[in-house]
Design a protein around this ligand. Structure first.
Ligand code: NDP
Length: 322
């Protein structure tokens, strides 16, 4: 079977299409023929060495496909079932083994590729809006990269919970997209003074929650956008990681709260994984959640997909289709 491997860390060109033996599922695993694998920023961090992996290694964590074999101890998954997952390293492949309890069944009326597209970014948006902070009608939030993969879904989920959404993005096309998804205001965050703009949009108060996925370039502005005792959610680093922060800064900016959450800790149990994925699938089935696919790439063009996501110009999900 064909799979993407890396022998060394570096730019997109270290991604190599190789021929490997079909993996054997361990007792607690299933073997899946991959319909689509999601491309995520974390894959680029693992490829570049920012998040170190033992080499050589496969790449890609997320996907969906059809089970072709089950391990001896697996009782609740069967051959022929379509499942999706977010944490199986080596998902950029024609076939991959996944721990059975880390899979979720994909409803028959959802295209497996779209299921793959919603798993990692969608469940991230779900925990950000429902668990890191339970958004409600009285809340105003600032969402960075609102037209991005997580951002688009977060805007929709925040609106469903009744919050007012100030959406940061960079181009008129992306602004149109986030307005269509329900954003109340658009902030061209690369062009304006963001704290000043947010103050003027909130009657001088500041927002209740900032969802910042951009990181290095925006973090300090984000702190200035919050109301006293507001919540700073730094969940990504698309412009680079934020350096060390003196906790005294939280006092200086108004007794703020801050968190640096990670999806893994919000889908740690099978129950929580099933709850979040199920909630997203239900919304998709009801036509209440739009999942945008920016591009579909053959496995052999994984390097182009990585270059595209790193360029910052994409709007929605990138998928590899083996
Ligand atoms: P996006 O689709 O949002 O793509 C990144 C976006 O960030 C771009 O489209 C661009 O939007 C903006 N951006 C700003 N500066 C840069 C830059 N220097 N390079 C590239 N993009 C830039 O990606 P995702 O939604 O998949 O992920 C966003 C971040 O969230 C990543 O850092 C990712 O690792 C993280 N993440 C964290 C998770 C967690 O649980 N903590 C889970 C999932 C993702 P614009 O044009 O609007 O500026």
């Amino acid at each position: 079977m064909r799979a993407i491997r890396i022998e060394s860390t570096g730019g997109p060109d270290v991604l190599e299409l190789t021929e490997l033996p079909v993996p054997e599922p361990a007792a607690d695993e299933v073997l899946v023929t991959v319909a689509a694998a999601g491309v995520n920023f974390i894959d680029t961090y693992q490829r570049s060495g920012l998040y170190p992996l033992e080499l050589p290694t496969g790449l890609g964590l997320e996907g969906a496909g059809t089970i072709t074999a089950v391990g001896a101890a697996v009782t609740d998954r069967r051959v022929g079932e379509v499942v999706a997952w977010t944490d199986a390293l080596g998902s950029y492949a024609e076939q991959v083994t996944v721990v059975a309890e880390r899979t979720v069944p994909v409803p028959a009326d959802i295209d497996p590729a779209i299921a793959a597209a919603v798993m990692l970014q969608g469940m991230t948006a779900h925990y950000l809006a429902n668990s890191t902070y339970q958004l409600g009608r009285d809340d105003t939030v600032l969402v960075y990269a609102a037209a991005g993969g997580v951002g688009r879904i977060l805007v929709q989920l925040a609106k469903r919970r009744g919050a007012r959404v100030l959406a940061c993005t960079s181009t008129p096309e992306k602004a149109d997209a986030v307005r269509r998804l329900g954003a109340d205001e658009v902030v061209f965050y690369r062009e304006v003074d963001v704290p000043e703009t947010v103050r003027s949009l909130t009657g001088g108060t500041g927002v209740d929650v900032v969802y910042d996925s951009v990181g290095q370039a925006t973090f300090w502005d984000s702190l200035q956008c919050l109301r006293p005792r507001g919540l700073m959610v730094l969940y990504g680093a698309s412009s680079g990681p934020v350096g060390p922060v003196d906790l005294q800064e939280l006092n200086r900016h108004g007794s703020l709260y801050a968190t640096r959450p990670n999806l893994a800790h919000y889908v740690a149990t099978p129950d929580e994984l099933t709850w979040r994925a199920g909630a997203l699938f239900d919304l998709m089935n009801a036509g209440q959640l739009e999942v945008a696919v920016h591009g579909r790439y053959p496995l052999a063009e994984a390097a182009r997909a990585h270059a595209d996501i790193e360029s910052g110009t994409t709007a929605g999900k990138l998928l590899l289709e083996p």
